[in-house]
Design a binder for this molecule. Structure first.
Ligand SMILES: [Zn+2]
Length: 463
């Protein structure tokens, strides 16, 4: 059997691994490369395998860096199934359509610039109608359900605690008369995260493919992070005070709604007024509520006490552009959760444009800010930034809170992987930059005596 790595190999995006036996070919994840011009070129490249020869595609979770190239399979005449959990399918419908629309807008902007320069332009990777067609290929499976996906290949999904519906995959592969168990970690969530259950432990296995996003460090602790957030929210309660939180529409926004609701119920934050100002975040929040069967015991305790984990008095949804603009004159510490999380688009931009110049504004960055993004520039302390084409002087207080990650830090990664590592499997580290996975590899070698392969793009591992 061969494992071919076509993404997230020495990097954190573009997840894509091909499992190949004498009788079957199964693709695990087909995500988009993100960040920088190189990423766009890598995405454009036709995948170096024939999609129509695949028996099946297995998706770990809906994040675009794992799902974002799936609609390209349509052009490649792939007609087989795409396996996923029900919540992942619902989230893909939102995220892939959003991705297609962003690509369309980017292309139009590029076309205007290039036609001025007299050059051709390449189209987007796919359209909204490709997304509609790819959605027809999805097959839903619950956690724990055994599914035969190809001749000699079966899978079982287990909760990964990373985002709603996220899974790690237990794959059994029969090849040359022997059966092997491969575990694909996908992305593993931290223990004790809001709303979601802790990641289920993996079994003994022959091969473990382990993510290593934060293989080099632990996150700040969650309680300390929440305390810091409360202090900021309290100090923003001045007549002109406002709290802006650039927030990913899926996952981070729902987590923050949960935490602010908890603070209100515990009496630590009185009468918070919170606007969720992103149509996609509003849609995703509805989806989280519909899949509440996936919530953890703490969240169910809230629901069983007659409260809602994703609602409180003072939580408001800004659905229209007018609703969003109506927030502009507000003060008294009003809190705005708006996409995009890295300030690369969305309604957060007009809030920044109107409020960055105000000393009573507090901007809280609760997630990773990619190189070159507006978010990164503000975090780096640039005094003047361009927002919607205009220079804005930054007078606002800028805060970075490090404890909200949806990814397991180093200790949680090792904690999760321990039951599998104790069976001394063949270990392959992916989904991490070389430095991060190198540090994790040394730690695992020291503690478990297991050596880790660290493949790069297009590398093949023979099992
Ligand atoms: Zn993810």
């Amino acid at each position: 059997m061969k494992l071919r790595f076509f993404g997230a190999a020495g990097e954190v995006t573009g997840s894509c691994t091909l499992v190949e036996t004498a009788r079957a070919r199964v693709l695990v994840d087909f995500g988009m490369h993100q960040g920088g011009p190189q990423a766009a070129c890598k995405n454009m490249r036709v995948p170096p395998f024939r999609a129509r020869d695949l028996d099946a595609v297995v998706l770990t979770h809906a994040h675009i860096d794992h799902s974002g190239r799936l609609p390209m399979l349509i052009d490649e005449e792939y007609k087989g199934p795409i396996h996923a959990t029900p919540a992942s399918i619902d989230l893909c419908d939102i995220l892939l359509k959003d991705s297609a629309q962003i690509q369309q807008m980017d292309m139009e902007r590029l076309a205007r610039r290039r036609s001025a320069a007299g050059r051709d332009c390449r189209g987007p990777l796919y359209s909204v109608s490709d997304v509609d067609r790819v959605m027809q290929l999805f097959r839903a499976h619950q956690y724990g359900e055994s599914v035969q996906v190809a001749p000699g290949i079966g899978i079982r999904y287990h909760d990964a605690g990373h985002i709603l519906g996220s899974a790690w995959v237990e794959m059994t592969v029969e090849d040359g008369g022997r059966t092997k168990t491969i575990v694909f970690s996908g992305d593993i969530g931290p223990y004790g995260a809001a709303l979601l259950r802790d990641p289920e432990p993996p079994p003994k296995c022959d091969v473990l493919i382990l993510e290593s996003t934060y293989g080099d460090r632990d996150h700040k602790d969650l309680d300390g992070t929440i305390e810091e957030m409360v202090q900021i929210m309290r100090s923003a309660r001045t007549p002109k005070g406002k709290v802006l939180i650039p927030s990913f529409a899926v996952g981070r926004t729902q987590q923050l709604i949960y935490f602010i609701g908890e603070l209100k119920r515990d009496g630590r934050l009185e009468h918070p007024i919170v606007y969720v100002d992103s149509p996609m975040a509003i849609e995703a929040t509805g989806l989280y509520r519909r899949h509440r069967d996936l919530f953890d015991a703490e969240t169910w305790a809230i629901i069983n006490s007659g409260e809602s984990a994703l609602h409180f008095d003072g939580l408001r949804f800004a659905r229209t552009g007018d609703d969003s603009r109506a927030i502009n004159p507000m003060g008294n510490g009003v809190i705005v959760l708006a996409a995009s999380g890295m300030c690369t688009g969305g309604r957060i931009l007009h809030h920044l444009k109107h409020n960055l110049g105000n000393r009573d504004t507090h901007v809280i960055f609760a997630g990773y800010q990619g190189e070159g993004t507006l978010g990164r520039k503000i975090v780096n302390g640039e005094k003047v930034v361009r927002v919607m084409g205009e220079p804005v002087h930054v007078e606002a207080h800028v805060h970075t809170l490090g404890g909200f990650s949806a990814h397991a830090g180093q200790s949680d990664l090792v904690r999760w992987a321990t039951p599998a590592l104790e069976s001394r499997p063949r270990l392959i580290l992916n989904h991490g930059e070389d430095r991060q996975r190198g540090i994790l590899a040394s730690l695992i070698q020291e503690r478990f005596g297991v050596e880790a392969a660290q493949p790069h793009y297009k590398e093949v591992v023979d099992v």
